[in-house]
Ligand binder design. Sequence first.
Ligand code: NAG
Ligand code: NAG
Ligand code: NAG
Ligand code: NAG
Ligand code: NAG
Ligand code: NAG
Length: 438
Amino acid sequence: MQPPAWASPSRDRYRFVKTLIAFMLFVSFAFWALAGALPSRNATHEPLRFTKDGSFQISIFEDLHFGENAWEAWGPAQDANTTVVMNRILDNESQQLVVLNGDLVTGENTFFENSTHYIDRVVAPLVSRNLPWASTYGNHDSQYNLSGQALLAREQRFPNARTTQMVPSEDNGATNYYLPIYSSNCNSHHSCPPALLLWFFDSRGGFQPRQQSPNALDTTPLGRPNWVSPAVASWFSRTSSALHKTHNRTIPSLAFVHIPTHASLAFQSSSPGPDPRLNPGINDDVPLAAQADGWCADGSEGCAYGGNDQPFMDALAATPGLIAVFSGHDHGISWCQKWRSEGSYGSAGAGAGVNLCFGQRSGYGGYGSWARGSRQVFVSEEGLAAGEVESWVRLERGEVVGRVGLNATFGRDAYEEVPDWRSRGVEEGYYFEGEEGA
Ligand SMILES: *[C@@H]1O[C@H](CO)[C@@H](O)[C@H](O)[C@H]1NC(C)=O
Ligand SMILES: *[C@@H]1O[C@H](CO)[C@@H](O)[C@H](O)[C@H]1NC(C)=O
Ligand SMILES: *[C@@H]1O[C@H](CO)[C@@H](O)[C@H](O)[C@H]1NC(C)=O
Ligand SMILES: *[C@@H]1O[C@H](CO)[C@@H](O)[C@H](O)[C@H]1NC(C)=O
Ligand SMILES: *[C@@H]1O[C@H](CO)[C@@H](O)[C@H](O)[C@H]1NC(C)=O
Ligand SMILES: *[C@@H]1O[C@H](CO)[C@@H](O)[C@H](O)[C@H]1NC(C)=O
């Protein structure tokens, strides 16, 4: 082979250039190999595992609503209070994962230039404790000045973020994915099946983010469908069956989605509905806001309910091993229900015994003054074998309320009632029995 013209004067020079090129290639390979070994994006995550005691605890923060009215004192003061709530709960519980279950930011109050920067403040208490987290986005996370895609990009700058996007189209929402959790005695996740799957769904809603430059005049707010897209529901069914098939077993799972499905509203409006002792929790948003509220079956706006979340509900009810689904969105609700085949569930259909739970509103932003807190989900390897988990709510001042076993008899077991407490400020903070409705 002829050396190229610029290398022709002597064979020595040709050999030197070859060596130089080989050396440069080596240096660049070494650089990329090293860069690949650094924590970045999702590349090098350690798999999530049960502890040596065989447990895995999740703290759910929902409706944090960072970023309200940055131009007034109360906005930043609320965010500071929310950070105090998060720190207290993290200090009082020993979780292996934090779930940020939607409405991280109040996007209609933020500026295009720095809307996503609130993520840095949201996750600061998690970063300082080196805790991994996983998010779903809510309706307030998609607004004219904020998009899920931009939030996701900001989150993924942090190595502790497990939030990712497995259903690629932007129309489906950014946060549809699953995370496998491995048993404590699994030495290599390549050789053991996951002990637990965590599914995360994007219930969309809010408004279409602006598509153009900051100066464009595209100011008409365009509503965004507020249900889990049917494409995501079928991705969920397909992927979950494929995982069960690959591992030749039913893998128990939990799911997280910001806006509850219509099954929660159907239960709330059924007779007798949530019972303070069988479904301990507050029930102050009546009727509660659920997926597909305000949309018509044909996908236009302006109806009471279009049934558009039916494919997602069908997928939830048909997934073997799914123990519970956790939602936020309704700040004044914190009960769990057993979504059974028996009983009156209106158009929501049969739920195969999946437990549907609201969390506890965690942020100082957003509506209502209900006591801030965080739902805890405690999974043990023993409990999983029986298809059950434990759950309770840790309030901002340290009290635990509403501890339940999400097991076969949940919905028939009687528990202590949960007090309907409101908060006044974190420091002076005492609770009072509130009058204020939603
Ligand atoms: C909760 O955490 C706070 C510190 O944030 C601490 O003062 C308090 O003792 C803890 N309480 C419990 C029950 O762990
Ligand atoms: C969006 O952000 C811009 C600043 O970039 C601000 O002027 C405008 O008021 C914001 N609009 C909305 C609807 O939040
Ligand atoms: C975003 O910009 C506004 C206006 O300059 C400022 O008041 C606010 O504090 C900024 N927010 C963040 C998270 O940087
Ligand atoms: C799958 O599991 C069943 C029992 O749970 C067993 O009988 C069967 O041999 C397994 N199949 C494979 C391919 O491992
Ligand atoms: C379910 O959990 C509750 C609370 O821990 C317990 O009282 C009840 O016996 C459990 N039911 C079953 C079937 O284990
Ligand atoms: C934040 O907490 C402080 C101190 O407890 C309280 O006085 C104040 O009302 C709270 N501020 C907001 C905006 O919630």
